[in-house]
Design a protein around this ligand. Structure first.
Ligand code: PLP
Length: 410
């Protein structure tokens, strides 16, 4: 090979240097390798309802089939009028102030819109307040956009509500926005109005944008009501995110939206940036936009799952009791979504690296969870369980955990 120049190799961009997205990270890849080798892995790692037997209402499938031939072309960048009108009505029902049709943007899932929102806003070094633990895409998108993620702690002792003192203490001259995830992934927390009002007050005092990820707003249990923080902040600029991935069990169709509300005059220039990026991606998946009106209208069949006797409710009851019965494991009862974020007693179990803990659980018990640090949690003492599988399957999983925590690193 003497005559050849040294082969040129290609590295990933340095923009990715600190980007972390472990929900589909190395442990999941290891699980995929084990499955490829023929090992059955019990997976409690991803919030994707369809593979666990949750079906979208038939009317949604029928509606999409009907509209498929009319959905072949691009739509307007922000989306189809019918979809945006239905989302606007939804925003009005939730009390979002000052929302017109031009304030609704559809996306290929909320994911695309989170990325777009951070890219359009942040200059290098701009700070965004994010929850810890968080849904890690938020932190990843802030980092990718050149911003600096700054985490405020959510307090397990108070039902995982944001620690408002901690939030206040982390604001600097560079802070541009507060992100909340309500209902929360990974904790299953639902924030009461009083807590939201205090967050609004903090944003008001420091002139911050509020970004609120509410993708689980229709999966709230125990007769509780979800409040959109934007409904409490008519004088601030807010962006609220939701979609059909979870409420309609169609995470694969890729349809979400964001809603601008409140004092939009404060963000005129930022909104130009949002529009620019929205135009550049042309439009979101049109067949999935076409079903939004049908999906949001009338009876929401997801409700049947979240009341006593419904699958998600009963699975929560089971997993909450079962995890808390394992010596050394405690968990706050989730009020919404389908996640629980148990704590590992580190006086009993000597875990210093929770990715290794997740790998050991996977290798030894063929059980896949996500380690807490994957959600930007600061200590190796939590993990997330997705309780979408049926109770029989969850029983099997808890049996494996009981066994594992009986011998692991005591
Ligand atoms: N936001 C939160 C809090 C989530 O948990 C998820 C998915 O798990 C998303 C956003 C992404 O959802 P989508 O399917 O709409 O991209």
């Amino acid at each position: 090979d003497k005559g050849h120049p040294m082969a040129r190799t290609f590295s990933k961009s340095t923009k990715l240097d600190n980007v972390l997205y472990d929900v589909r990270g190395p442990v999941v890849q290891e699980a995929a390798r084990m499955e490829a080798a023929g090992t059955h892995v019990l997976k409690l790692n991803i919030g994707n309802p369809a593979p666990f037997g949750f079906r979208t209402p038939d009317e949604v499938i029928y509606d999409m089939a009907q509209q498929l031939t009319e959905s072949e072309g691009y739509s307007a960048s922000k989306g189809l009028f019918s979809a945006r009108k239905a989302i606007m009505q939804y925003a009005q029902i939730k009390g979002l102030p000052n929302v017109g049709i031009e304030d609704i943007y559809t996306g290929n899932g909320v994911s695309e819109l989170i990325n777009l929102s951070m890219s359009a806003l942040l200059d290098n070094g701009d700070e965004v307040l994010l929850p810890s633990p968080d849904y890690p895409l938020w932190t990843a998108c802030v980092t990718l956009a050149g911003g600096k993620p700054v985490h405020y702690v959510c307090d397990e002792q108070s039902d995982w509500y944001p620690d408002l003192e901690d939030m206040r203490s982390k604001i600097t001259d560079r802070t541009k926005a507060i992100v909340i995830i309500n209902p929360n992934n990974p904790t299953g927390a639902l924030y009461p109005k009083e807590v939201l009002e205090e967050i609004v007050q903090i944003a008001r005092e420091h002139q911050l944008i509020i970004f609120s990820d509410e993708i689980y707003d229709r999966l709230v249990m125990d007769g509780l009501e979800h409040t959109s923080i934007a409904s409490l902040a008519p004088d601030l600029f807010c962006v609220t995110y939701s979609g059909l991935s979870k409420s309609h069990m169609i995470a694969g169709f890729r349809i979400g939206w964001m809603i601008l509300s409140g004092n939009k005059a404060l963000a005129r220039d930022y909104i130009e940036g949002l529009d620019m990026l929205t135009n550049m991606r042309i439009c979101s998946n049109v067949p999935a936009q076409a079903i939004v009106q049908t999906a949001l209208g009338g009876h929401q069949s997801v409700k049947d799952y979240i009341v006593p006797g419904g699958r998600i409710y009963e699975q929560r009851e089971y997993i909450y009791e079962a995890l808390n019965s394992i010596p050394g494991i405690t968990a706050v009862k989730p009020k919404a979504a389908f996640y629980i974020f148990p704590k590992i007693d580190t006086k009993r179990f000597h875990i210093t690296d929770d990715e290794q803990f997740a790998v050991d659980l996977l290798h030894n018990e063929k059980l896949l969870i996500v380690q807490g640090t994957g959600f930007n949690w600061h200590a190796p003492d939590h993990f997330r369980v997705v309780y979408l599988p049926r109770v029989e399957v969850l029983k099997d999983a808890v049996g494996k955990m009981q066994h594992f925590f009986g011998y692991y690193r005591q």
